[in-house]
Design a protein around this ligand. Structure first.
Ligand code: NDP
Length: 481
C-alpha cells in the first residue's frame, strides 16, 4: 500500500490560547507510520500541536451543544449511519489495521466489525438513557442524564479500532463531542473513521481525530479545561500520570491499564479443551492484549499431561505474513515493543516451548512458554505484552487463589473445571474484573469491562456505558400552590 493522503485533521487554523506547561521536547512534527511486518513506511501524518488541540476543543464544544439539542431519535439515526458507513468500509478499515498494526486479516475484520457493533449498540442506547422519578413530599423529583461536554479518548495501538470505539461510541450517543488521540504507531484507521463519521452526517467538529505524540498532543487534551472526561487505555504509569493531571480540574477519568491474567486449570477440567484454548489465550494479537492469559496455573497432578498437550501446540502456531489466511500470529507493533518483550527472556528462566517466527525485516518474536522457578520473577509478575507466558504448578484451590491474586493487576482470567461449586468459589475469589469459566473470552460489548487494582479504574461497555458519559442532574418541582 502506498502512502496515504493526509485525511482531514480539522485543526489547521492558527490559534491564540493562554500558554500552558506543555512539555516541549524535540519530537518530530509528523508521525512516520510503519508496516510492522515489513518495516516499510506506509504514511507520514502531521502531528497536532497543543495550540491546535485548543482550537479542536472550541469546535467540539460548539458542535456538542447542537448535537445534545437534537432529538434522541435523530442522534441515534446518525450514529446508525456511522455504523453503516463502517460496515460498508470494513475491508478498507481491516486493510489499514493489517498494514499499520500487523494484525492478522481475520482479527482486523473482527475489530472493524466490533467498532460497527459498538456504534449500533450505543445508538440503541440513546433512547434508553432514561432518568428516574423519585417519590418525594411536596413535589415531583426527576433525574436527567446530562452529557459531560467534550470527552478525550486516548487510544492504544494494540486494538486501535475497538478500543477507540469503546470510548467514542457511547460518548457520542450520550450527547458528547469526542477528541480521539490514536497511538502514534496506529493513526490510520482512526482518521478513516473520522471521514466515515463526517460522510454519515455527524456535525463537523463533533468527532475529531488528533494524531500526535502522547506527551504533547495527548497531554494537551488531558490538560485542557474544556475537556470534561478522559478515557485512557495504555500503560499503568501513563494512566497514573493522566489521573493525577485530571485531578486539578476534577476531570472524570476512566483507565484501562492492562494485566497479567491467570489461566487456571484444575485436574477435573476437560484437559483437551483447556489445552486447545491456552495457546491463543496468550498469543492472540501477538500477545499484545490486556486480557492475555499469560500466567498458566496448572494443578500439579495434571501438570505434565497438560504441558504435553500445550507445548507442541504453541510450537506449531503459524507466525508470519498477517495477510495470509493461514497465519495465526503476526509481528509485534514496533522495535521498541519487541525489545521490551525480549528483555524478559533471560537465561535464568527455563523455556518449555519455543515457537518459530520470521527473521525479519519486521518486528518478529516467536511464541514462548517459560517455567520460572521463582513465581515472583519479572516474567511472572510484569505485563510483557508479547507472545510470552509462564506456567506454574499449584496444589489445591487455596494455592491456586494465592497464585492467581499474587499480582498488582486484576483485569481478567480463566478457570477450567467441571465442578460448578469450585468455579463459583474461584470466580468470587479471584481479584479481576472479567472472568470466564471454561472459556478464554473476555470482551463482549454488552457486558461491563474493566479492572481491579492496577488494571484500571471505572468500567467500559455494557448496559451502563452511556451513563458513564453523563452527569446525573436531580430536579425538584414544587407542587405547592
Ligand atoms: P502508553 O501508555 O505510553 O500509550 C498509550 C496511549 O497513551 C498512546 O496513545 C500514547 O501516545 C498515549 N500517551 C502516552 N503518554 C501520554 C501522556 N503523558 N499523556 C497523554 N497520552 C499519553 O503505552 P506504550 O505504547 O508505551 O506501551 C507500553 C506498555 O503499555 C505495553 O508494553 C503494555 O504493557 C502497556 N499497554 C497496555 C495497553 C492496554 O490495552 N491496557 C495498551 C497499550 C500498551 P503515543 O502513542 O504517542 O505514545
Amino acid at each position: 500500500m502506498g502512502a496515504l493522503p493526509l485525511l482531514r485533521a480539522h485543526v489547521s487554523r492558527p490559534v491564540t490560547t493562554s500558554p500552558r506547561d506543555f512539555e516541549t521536547t524535540s519530537l518530530p512534527e509528523s508521525l512516520t507510520v510503519l508496516n510492522p511486518a515489513t518495516e516499510e513506511v506506509v504514511a507520514e501524518i502531521p502531528t497536532v500541536s497543543p495550540e491546535q488541540v485548543a482550537v479542536a476543543v472550541e469546535r467540539a464544544a460548539k458542535a456538542q451543544q447542537a448535537w445534545a439539542a437534537l432529538a434522541p431519535g435523530d442522534r441515534a439515526r446518525l450514529l446508525r449511519r456511522f455504523a453503516d458507513g463502517v460496515d460498508a468500509r470494513i475491508d478498507e478499515l481491516a486493510d489499514l489495521e493489517v498494514t499499520e498494526a500487523g494484525h492478522t486479516l481475520g482479527n482486523a475484520r473482527w475489530e472493524a466489525g466490533n467498532a460497527r457493533d459498538l456504534l449500533e449498540y450505543a445508538a440503541g442506547g440513546v433512547e434508553r438513557l432514561i432518568g428516574r422519578q423519585i417519590p418525594v413530599a411536596g413535589g415531583l423529583d426527576v433525574t436527567f442524564h446530562e452529557p459531560l461536554g467534550v470527552v478525550g479518548v486516548i487510544a492504544p495501538w494494540n486494538f486501535p479500532m475497538p478500543i477507540a470505539a469503546w470510548g467514542f461510541a457511547p460518548a457520542l450517543a450520550a450527547g458528547n463531542a469526542v477528541l480521539l488521540k490514536p497511538a502514534e504507531t496506529t493513526p490510520l484507521t482512526a482518521l478513516l473513521l473520522q471521514d466515515i463519521a463526517l460522510a454519515a452526517g455527524l456535525p463537523e467538529g463533533l468527532f475529531q481525530v488528533l494524531p500526535g505524540h502522547g506527551r504533547i498532543t495527548g497531554q494537551a487534551i488531558v490538560d485542557h479545561p474544556g475537556v470534561r472526561k478522559i478515557v485512557f487505555t495504555g500503560s499503568t504509569p501513563v494512566g497514573k500520570e493522566i489521573m493525577s493531571r485530571c485531578a486539578s480540574g476534577l476531570k472524570r477519568v476512566t483507565l484501562e491499564l492492562g494485566g497479567k491474567s491467570p489461566n487456571i486449570v484444575f485436574a477435573d477440567a476437560d484437559l483437551q479443551r483447556a489445552a486447545a484454548s491456552a495457546p491463543m489465550a496468550f498469543l492472540d494479537n501477538s500477545g499484545q492484549d490486556c486480557c492475555a492469559r499469560t500466567r498458566i496455573l496448572v494443578q500439579r497432578e495434571v501438570y505434565d499431561d497438560f504441558l504435553a498437550l500445550v507445548a507442541p501446540a504453541i510450537e506449531a502456531v503459524r507466525v508470519g505474513d498477517p495477510r495470509d489466511a493461514a497465519t495465526e500470529m503476526g509481528p509485534l507493533i514496533s522495535a521498541v515493543q519487541r525489545d521490551r518483550v525480549r528483555s524478559y527472556l533471560t537465561d535464568d528462566v527455563p523455556v518449555l516451548a519455543r515457537g518459530k517466527a520470521p527473521e525479519g525485516p519486521g518486528f518478529w518474536q516467536a511464541p514462548m512458554l517459560l517455567a520460572p522457578e521463582d513465581a515472583g520473577c519479572r516474567a511472572a509478575t510484569e505485563e510483557i505484552f508479547g507472545p510470552v507466558a509462564v506456567v506454574l504448578p499449584f496444589d489445591d484451590e487455596a494455592d491456586a487463589l494465592r497464585l492467581a491474586n499474587a499480582t498488582r493487576y486484576g483485569l481478567s482470567g480463566s478457570l477450567w473445571t467441571r465442578d460448578i461449586g469450585r468455579a463459583v468459589r474461584m470466580a468470587r475469589g479471584v481479584n479481576a474484573g472479567n472472568l470466564s469459566v471454561n472459556s478464554h473470552s473476555s470482551v463482549r460489548y454488552w457486558t461491563p469491562f474493566g479492572g481491579f487494582g492496577e488494571s484500571g479504574l471505572g468500567r467500559e461497555l455494557g448496559p451502563d456505558a452511556l451513563a458513564h458519559f453523563t452527569e446525573t442532574k436531580n430536579v425538584f418541582i414544587s407542587t405547592e400552590d
